[in-house]
Design a protein. Sequence first.
Length: 158
Amino acid sequence: MKTVAPLPENDEELPFRQLTAQEARQLREDNPQVSPWRVVAGQVVVGLVTALAAWGLTGKQNMGWSAGYGALAVAFPAAVFARGLTSRFSSLNAASAAAGFMLWEMVKLALTLAMLAAAPGLVAELSWPALLVGLVLAMKVYWVALAFRPRKRKLRTE
């Protein structure tokens, strides 16, 4: 059984070493990032499939619209969030990146809540259970994206 050493009591005792350019490059190659745009695209695809399945299984068009709108209430705010995170301002330094993340996460949450509040007026004969199915399935794309994130690139040796 592997044992883990306890963490030091204060920050002064934490070891910190700045990475060289080569070490930072190697770290990025070993841990490739998941593109937020791939996640949004996955949410859109899952939303379309869910809407078509709800419509096809029930034979009711409003079920398809409800499920599709539920997925849209996740995918559209996620696209706004991704756009905000990939802006030039959000990558200036660590502080602006953290502030940008929090700001765009709040925007995403507010947009989602506003879309859910507007749903009864926008979707004819809204079915809340179908909307929730679309919403939940689109949210699960985040987990699928983590499971299928890009693998470490193999370097070509010549």
